[in-house]
Design a protein around this ligand. Structure first.
Ligand code: NAD
Length: 259
């Protein structure tokens, strides 16, 4: 039996996209999962079922990660149901779409709303889960940032800045919470999930997918499973000597095409 079997993972934003794919991949490795999402748990039923079909236990808890009391409640639900928390994947996020050169497109409240979910949310989730991990003597946290936070691109200034800040927090807390807790980040590039497909008209979205295939060294648009593979690596014991690290899962987009 692998040392990862029987572990317990909380995945925020677990009802959809990258969080859902990460939950199923962790379930395949014998990890029980708690899906925490602001959506009604009914909307996470399919993901719960997909995880259970891998032979583990899975539950869905409705929670908005920008609310500290919700974060505490998610951690309590994991402890009540499973008695431990080994892994936290901070995947929930939000954005505002705004042209980068339009300095009036976003106001202070837009920034605060994006930061509340994308940065304060992960912080509150880490604060809620860290005590259990410390007591157990071991825990792994994976923050889902974005190429936006590294390259200064993406849906808006507020979104890119929040994801950059999440990377800074990843490094700082990796140092502060060691040696018991490891914290790493994954930066997805454009991935085919509801994140953008729900925002753009179908023909515009199809064009975006097509350009993703040609504008990166690995000539493929990303799927949720690619990010999930990186999440699983950082969450499980195979990466036990790695902390404060960032993995770019973007088909090499951050490298540019060169030549
Ligand atoms: P998605 O829309 O499929 O899933 C996001 C999930 O987060 C949804 O289920 C949503 O209900 C949940 N959520 C949003 N706000 C929440 C809140 N306040 N509390 C709890 N849950 C909340 O999108 P996705 O593509 O799976 O995105 C997941 C992560 O990946 C995000 O952090 C996003 O910034 C990042 N990302 C995505 C892409 C991409 O192209 N898909 C690229 C780079 C980074």
């Amino acid at each position: 039996m692998s040392t990862d079997q029987g572990k317990v993972a909380i995945i925020t934003g677990g009802a959809s996209g990258l969080g859902a794919a990460s939950a199923v991949r962790l379930a395949e490795r014998g990890v029980n999962v708690v899906l925490a999402d602001r959506k009604d748990p009914g909307e996470a039923a399919e993901v719960v079922e997909a995880c259970r079909s891998k032979g583990v236990e899975a539950i869905a808890v409705q929670a908005d990660v920008s609310r500290d009391e919700d974060c505490t409640r998610v951690a309590q639900a994991a402890i009540e149901r499973f008695g431990r928390i080994d892994i936290l994947v901070n995947c929930a996020a939000t954005t505002r779409f705004a042209a980068h050169d339009d300095l009036h497109a976003l106001d202070a409240q837009d920034f605060l709303d994006v930061y509340a979910v994308n940065l304060v949310g992960p912080y509150q989730m880490i604060r809620a889960c860290a005590p259990a991990m410390k007591v157990q003597g071991r825990g792994a946290i994976v923050n889902i940032s974005s190429t936006a936070g590294v390259l200064g691109i993406g849906s808006s200034v507020a979104y890119a800045a929040s994801k950059g800040a999440l990377l800074t927090m990843t490094k700082l807390l990796a140092r502060a919470l060691a040696p018991e807790i490891r914290i790493n980040a994954v930066c997805p590039g454009f991935m085919d999930t509801p994140w953008l497909s729900e925002h753009f008209a179908p023909d515009r979205y199809a064009a975006l997918l097509e350009s993703a295939k040609t504008s990166r060294p690995i000539k493929e648009a990303g799927t949720a499973d690619y990010v999930a593979d990186a999440v699983v690596f950082l969450a499980l014991e195979g990466s036990r000597y790695i902390t404060g690290e960032t993995i770019m899962s973007d088909g090499g987009h951050h490298l540019g095409l060169g030549g």
